[in-house]
Structures are given as structure tokens and as C-alpha cells.
Design a protein around this ligand. Structure first.
Ligand code: S3P
Length: 439
């Protein structure tokens, strides 16, 4: 059989003889969330093309609809958002269900902190176990009335919005979600807001705010925003998600007979740290037709079978490849030498504890991986063995394990349907490239 039309809980993959072809990955998840949220508070109508098809970005749309924003979802990833200004948002009659999406809950918390009504934000079991004090604290410093479960550490969050003051905030972690929450609150504050990060995180919010006419000043690791009454709507085509393309780049590098092209991928430098690391590892990956699209750099990516060597990474590089670290753990299993990943404790607070999940599941496949509080040590190369593994319900863990199976000797993945969070067509694309996918 090839690609299943319905998601299945368990997926078995055999390693194909060759991995070849061309795919287009879904629209970027981070940019899609922001395009919906910011256009919802702009004055006028915008059309967002190639809006990310996964469950996370659908959660953002349904929360905005509950806040009274008119949104039309047409076929082919086209979303029309009718912005009525920040003042156009209305008190929701129900709890805002953010599903599995950290970006939805944290960015909405910032946006709603200045709105004069009550909002309750919640989500699934994973989201309700992720840290929220990181947004509650700065929003309170701005004057927001916001509470959460477990002494304000966990969702559900309750917000009764009101007048906020501008703030200069030094974030303890490099997090685009925290930075964006503070900036979105700052839009409705009575003075300028500044966020200073320990290392630069992805900058999609500030790029988009600037493109919509907000007064934003940028320096590496520092953003300053003046309160902004009117945002202009921004129609855009969302570039392909580098974090989704990364799975195919890695699979192609690791498979002995592979050549894969991924077209139209976003190449914002805050997101493409994996490209530099792959180069350091000796990977045959190149960017073709680099161009600018909607203010974001975009290009086609080509990856081929490669002999990889180990790397040592940490420090300020981590935020630029934070979502690719589970995949880097897989790459390291095939690379010659000892790979060390440090300073990545943030991985423990993602959709699952990704440090623990990857260590446990790769061990089942025969990897030599040792878990640290802030990362892993991985010895390579290892011939991975087929085994049954569990995704922990985490989309990026599921797809990283799929790459391990495609490049190794096959794998059976339980709870594999969670790929729908960011990449509903993942198994179909695996089949396009030559994989046998058994549901
Ligand atoms: C995201 C920021 C990152 C990233 C997440 C998406 C965003 O999280 O891991 O997948 O869209 O702002 P943190 O801000 O928690 O680092």
C-alpha cells in the first residue's frame, strides 16, 4: 500500500530502496498563526494564501472566530480575514480552545491582555502541562489581570483585559512566543514596549508588524515597539515551512540512494540553523533560486545522500533550530563520531519532553544516545534496528522517528496520527518519495 487517506494511529514504514522526488511542504506554521492574528486586528480585509493546513493553525482561526472575527476558509489554503481593529474583538461566549498549540495560547494571552473583557484560554492535555508563567509574569508587569492554574503556572488562563503600560522586558529564555506575547500586549499599551532576549529567537512577529505599519525598531536580540492604533491589512502567500522541509532534507542525507527537492521553503535566518549544522556535518544540501516573497526569504532546497560527521552544538545557535533538534538526534545516530547537543533544556517544555522522548525511542531502535538535563550525547554511526516506537503524541517526534526508519531498517510508530498538528500530508509525501507506508 502507499499513502493512507485517513490518519491511522500506528504507521509502519520500511526503508525504501531509493528516496527520490520532489515535494512541497505545508505553509509555515509560525507565519500562518501571525498572519491570522495580526490581520484579525488590522483595519480591513486580507487574503492569506498557503495558510498552514495543520490542526495548530486551525485552532488559531477558530479562537479568532470566537472573538468575533469574520474568517472565510476557502480551498487550497486560502484564508480571508476581515480585520476590525484591536477594538473589534468581542468577549468570547466560550472557552478559547487552543488545542495543542503553544503559539496560539501564548500569543492570544498577549493580545487579549489589553482587551476589556474576560477570556479563558485552554487546550489539550499537553498544552495544559506546558509552562505559562513565562507569559503571565511579563503581562502582569504591564498591568494585566491574568491568572492560571497551579499558582499561575499552567493553563487554563483567565484574563480580564484592561489598560496596560509599556515595559522593557528581559526574557529569561529565548522564546519567540514570549517575545510575541509581550509585543502584542504592547500594541495596546500606553507607552513603548521593549523585549531583550538572551539570544535572538524567530522574528516573524516583528517583521509582520513592521510590514503592517507598526513602528518597530530592531537590533539583534532587541525589539522596540511603539503602541499602534491602526495596522494595515497584509495579504501574503505563506512560504513552505522549513521545519517540515527539514525532515526530507535529513532523510535524503541519511539514505544511501537519495535525492530530494523541496520547493518554495521559507529561509528566514532565525529558522534555518539546521542548514549551517548540516553543512558542518558534511551534508550535500543546497539552496536554489533564493528569492524574497512577502518580506521573507524563500528558496528551493535540494538534498542528496551524504556521509555525515558528528557536531557539537549549543549556545545562541539553539533557538535557530529548536524545532529541528529531535531530527538532529536522528542525524547524529548516522554521523561518524560523538555528537553533543547542549543548552537545549527548552526541549523539555515542548509538545512533549523531547529530550526524554527521543532518548527513549532512539534507544529502542538501537541508538547509542545518552540523555542530559539540557540535551544529549550521541555516538555514531549505529546501524538502527527495526522496532516499535511511540511518538509521545508529539508531531515532531513522530516525524523524526519516521526519518530514522526511512534511513535505517524501518520502524513502526504508535500514535502516528499526531503529524496532523503541523503536516497532515506527511505520510502521503513519504509515499511520493518512494516510502512504503502501511497504516
Ligand atoms: C514558535 C516558537 C518556538 C517554537 C514553536 C513555534 C512560534 O517556541 O518551538 O514551535 O511560532 O513563535 P518558543 O517560543 O517556546 O521557543
Amino acid at each position: 500500500m502507499t499513502a493512507p487517506s485517513q490518519p491511522a494511529t500506528t504507521i509502519a514504514l520500511a526503508s525504501p530502496r531509493a528516496l527520490r522526488g520532489e515535494v512541497r511542504v505545508p505553509g509555515d506554521k509560525s507565519i500562518s498563526h501571525r498572519a491570522a492574528l495580526l490581520n484579525a486586528i488590522a483595519h480591513g480585509s486580507a487574503e492569506v494564501a498557503n495558510y498552514a493546513p495543520g490542526d495548530d493553525c486551525r485552532s488559531t482561526l477558530s479562537c479568532l472566530q470566537r472573538l468575533g472575527v469574520a474568517i472565510e476558509v476557502a480551498g487550497g489554503g486560502r484564508v480571508r480575514v476581515q480585520g476590525q481593529g484591536l477594538d473589534g474583538l468581542r468577549e468570547p461566549a466560550e472557552v478559547l480552545d487552543c488545542g495543542n498549540s503553544g503559539t496560539t495560547v501564548r500569543l492570544l494571552a498577549g493580545l487579549l491582555a489589553s482587551r476589556p473583557f474576560l477570556s479563558i484560554l485552554s487546550g489539550d492535555g499537553s498544552l495544559r502541562s506546558r509552562p505559562m508563567a513565562r507569559v503571565v509574569e511579563p503581562l502582569r508587569q504591564m498591568g494585566a489581570s491574568i491568572w492560571g492554574r497551579d499558582r499561575d503556572r499552567l493553563a487554563p488562563l483567565a484574563i480580564r483585559g484592561g489598560q496596560l503600560q509599556g515595559l522593557t522586558y528581559r526574557t529569561p529564555v529565548a522564546s519567540a512566543q514570549v517575545k510575541s506575547a509581550v509585543l502584542l500586549a504592547g500594541l495596546g499599551a500606553d507607552g513603548p514596549t521593549e523585549v531583550i532576549e538572551p539570544a535572538p529567537s524567530r522574528d516573524h512577529t516583528e517583521r509582520m508588524l513592521a510590514a503592517m505599519g507598526a513602528r518597530v525598531a530592531l537590533a539583534p536580540g532587541v525589539v522596540r515597539l511603539e503602541p499602534t492604533e491602526r495596522l494595515q491589512p497584509l495579504s501574503l502567500t505563506v512560504p513552505g515551512d522549513f521545519s517540515s522541509a527539514a525532515f526530507w532534507l535529513a532523510a535524503a542525507c541519511l539514505h544511501p540512494d537519495a535525492s530530494v527537492v523541496v520547493r518554495g521553503v521559507g529561509l528566514n535566518p532565525g529558522r534555518t540553523g539546521l542548514l549551517a549544522v548540516l553543512e558542518q556535518m558534511g551534508a550535500r544540501v543546497r539552496v536554489e533560486q533564493p528569492r524574497l516573497d512577502g518580506g521573507e526569504p524563500v528558496g528551493d532546497l535540494v538534498a542528496e545522500s551524504s556521509a555525515l560527521r558528528a557536531v557539537d552544538i549549543g549556545g545562541a545557535t539553539i533557538p535557530s533550530l529548536v524545532d529541528e533538534l529531535p531530527l538532529l538526534a536522528v542525524l547524529a545516530c548516522f554521523a561518524r563520531g560523538t555528537t553533543r547537543v547542549r543548552d537545549a533544556a527548552e526541549l523539555r517544555y515542548k509538545e512533549s519532553d523531547r529530550i526524554a522522548a527521543m532518548a527513549a525511542q532512539l534507544t529502542r531502535l538501537g541508538a547509542r544516545i545518552h540523555e542530559h538535563p539540557d540535551g544529549w550525547t550521541i555516538e555514531g554511526p549505529t546501524r538502527l534496528q527495526p522496532a516499535e516506537v511511540d511518538s509521545a503524541g508529539d508531531h515532531r517526534v513522530a516525524m523524526a522517528l519516521a526519518v530514522a526508519g526511512l534511513a535505517g531498517s524501518g520502524v513502526t510508530i504508535q500514535r502516528a496520527d499526531c503529524v496532523s498538528i503541523s503536516y497532515p500530508g506527511f505520510w502521503a509525501d513519504a509515499a511520493i518519495l518512494g516510502a512504503q507506508v502501511h497504516a
